[in-house]
Design a protein around this ligand. Structure first.
Ligand code: DHE
Length: 565
């Protein structure tokens, strides 16, 4: 496709009656000297902004993982200068260069994602005043709710012969689908239509249902017991979303589901097996610095095993909410101050502490779900990005939880507490960074497995193509350096392409013997998942199929259901 036709395509797509396009339609008065855009250009830019930029910079462009992009500093001063009252102004040229080449602060280059025309357009767009999207009420959530197969018409037992424990739910990012891949045979069992650019899949406590949340706020419930697993219920919980979980505490297993929305900033509590909305709760409020924030987005959510509570991490405010779901009519919430901006995280090995990245503060916040208090705020290297992190017993420091970093060339190991008397001698290390393993910047995900002696880390956001296409593997008996750096793109045997084939998101098979890594390239390029033997680090299988386009996150049913990482 030529660059012109790509832009034309984008323009055509932008005028589609997307709920989102409508959502972002309420125009505000434009500042006099902002670059002018035709209505079609503006619609195209809005669509690109939502799909590529809003996640990091926010719809109001106030900044979070990415910088503030409000006109007061994106737009040059009226006299064309790049300084005004001591504030640096960016202007068209500088913005185009940032979009094209990325920044050292962690923003990737967009020249292999956007055309030059789209880059010019986006540089203009972000000098205009952001529109404030509309709200999304309980009624609209309820109106969007669809039961495709009612509970009483669903199978009473598993109707297929798939080893469900070892199914991988794989995000096909650019097609708005997930592929359900049989981990034993490596065959695609079903490709399911879902929301746009699905973010994560999470499992019901029972292991039967997969909850899949799209960036467009569409939540889909997939029943793995059907002969061919398919969506049985759906609801749109907002315009922009990233997280979902169910109630997992004893006696409440899968009674409720909860999904977090980026816009509007709120979370929705639903029936677990039908997704019928029950309650919408706003997350607007004060930051840990005592300032009101209009867009405090819901980042990661997990369900506690110790109490009937969800841990809901609010990005912009830096507040961690413990939401007690035992009485949702009289909802009780504990608000724990931590740091900004909260993003992703995972459990320690005991599943008592949840560790979440406060990425702009270069900290990991640890919540004690037993006492309902902050256990620690641990200083780390720049921009921690754990995914769910990884737990193992360090030969020198005992139980540790690991996070990688987008902005630093290390993997950080933090000592975590344990009630096991054999680990008592490590107590003095708890909540300290005990080791930084040398890696490269641009890491997104780390992974290990209780049955493995290996530790895997990717680097898909690294500006160097070779590094972005590779993963590093350590032997956990000696963590001084990676035992091997594996070029996954080369191992796949896929043809060379202009787009980088980012090696992303290592995920173990249920028995811990294989590691699956996605190759995330261009939408029109051939994609693959490369399966490695965890013991020998040799390629076991390259899964590739014309229908499997842009695979990113992969969620093994058993490991996700039991939070094994
Ligand atoms: Fe993610 C987890 C937000 C970009 C793949 N991502 C998360 C979580 C959040 C989040 C809040 C935690 C969810 C939870 O545990 O409840 N991600 C964001 C963004 O805001 C951001 C930076 C920009 C955006 O527009 O979305 C972003 N994420 C990406 C990607 O570009 C990735 C690499 C590819 C993709 O498919 O979009 C990506 N994010 C993932 C994956 C997880 C994730 C695979 C789950 C990791 C896990 O193992 O649980």
């Amino acid at each position: 496709m030529t660059m012109q036709s790509r832009l034309a395509n984008t323009l055509r797509l932008a005028v589609l009656p997307l709920a989102l396009a409508g959502a972002f339609g309420a125009a505000h008065a434009q500042e006099a000297d902002a670059p002018s855009l035709t209505p079609d250009e503006k619609a195209a830019a809005k669509k690109i902004y939502f799909e590529r930029c809003a996640g990091c910079h926010g719809v109001l462009r106030k900044g979070a993982t990415g910088k503030n992009l409000e006109p007061h500093w994106t737009k040059k001063a009226a006299d064309g200068s790049t300084q005004e009252g001591g504030t640096l102004k960016l202007g068209q040229k500088r913005l185009e260069s940032i979009l094209k080449n990325g920044t050292e602060g962690g923003m990737v280059n967009f020249d292999d994602i956007l055309t030059p025309e789209e880059i010019t357009l986006m540089a203009k767009y972000i000098q205009t005043t952001p529109d404030v999207p509309p709200e999304y009420s309980f009624k609209e959530t309820l109106d969007s709710w669809k039961i495709i197969v009612p509970v009483d018409q669903r199978p009473k037992k598993q109707m297929n012969k798939i080893n469900l424990n070892n199914v991988f739910s794989v995000t096909l990012r650019d097609t708005g689908e997930v592929a359900l891949i049989d981990g034993d045979t490596k065959e695609i069992r079903s490709i399911v239509k879902t929301g746009y650019a699905v973010h994560i899949s999470r499992l019901s406590a029972s292991g039967r249902y997969v909850y899949v949340i799209g960036r467009d706020g569409r939540l889909s419930l997939i029943d793995l017991w059907m002969e061919k697993p398919a969506v049985v219920a759906e609801v749109k919980i907002g315009f922009d979303a990233r997280s979902v979980d169910t109630s997992k505490f004893k006696g409440f297993e899968d009674k409720y589901a909860v999904a977090g929305s980026y816009w509007p900033p709120q979370y929705v509590i639903m029936d677990g097996d039908t997704l019928k909305p029950l309650k919408v709760v706003s997350t607007r409020g004060m930051t840990v610095d005592g300032e009101y924030h209009p867009e405090p987005r819901v980042a990661s959510i997990v369900s506690s095993f110790i109490k009937p509570e969800w841990v809901i991490n609010i990005k912009e405010t830096g507040q961690i909410l413990l939401v007690d779901y035992s009485d949702i009519k009289n909802l009780k919430t504990t608000t724990i101050e931590s740091a900004k901006f909260l993003h992703d995280g995972g459990w320690d090995a005991s599943k008592r502490y949840f560790l979440v990245a406060a990425n702009a503060s270069n900290k990991i916040a640890a919540v004690d779900t037993k006492t309902g208090k902050l256990a620690a705020l641990v200083d780390t290297a720049k921009i921690p990005h754990p995914g769910r992190g990884a737990n193992f017993v360090h030969p020198k420091f005992g139980p540790v939880w690991a996070t990688g970093h987008l902005g630093a060339d290390v993997v950080t190991l933090i000592s975590t507490p344990s009630d096991d008397p054999k680990f008592a001698k490590y107590k003095s290390h708890n909540w300290k960074v005990v080791q930084e393993m040398k890696h490269v910047p641009g890491n997104l995900f780390v992974k290990t497995h209780p049955k493995s002696k290996h530790f895997w880390a990717d680097a898909p956001q690294n500006p160097d193509k070779e590094l972005a296409e590779s993963v590093a593997v350590w032997n956990m008996d000696d963590l001084s350096k990676p035992v091997k750096v594996i070029n996954v793109a080369k191992d796949s045997g896929l043809p060379e392409t202009k787009a980088v084939k980012r090696a992303v998101h290592p995920e173990y098979s249920a028995d811990g013997t294989e590691v699956w890594i996605s190759l995330w390239g261009g939408k029109t390029d051939q994609s693959a998942i490369v399966v490695y033997d965890d013991k020998t680090l040799a390629v076991k299988k390259v899964i590739t199929d014309p229908k499997m386009i842009t695979p990113t996150g992969k969620f093994n049913v058993y490991n996700t259901q039991h939070d094994i990482y």
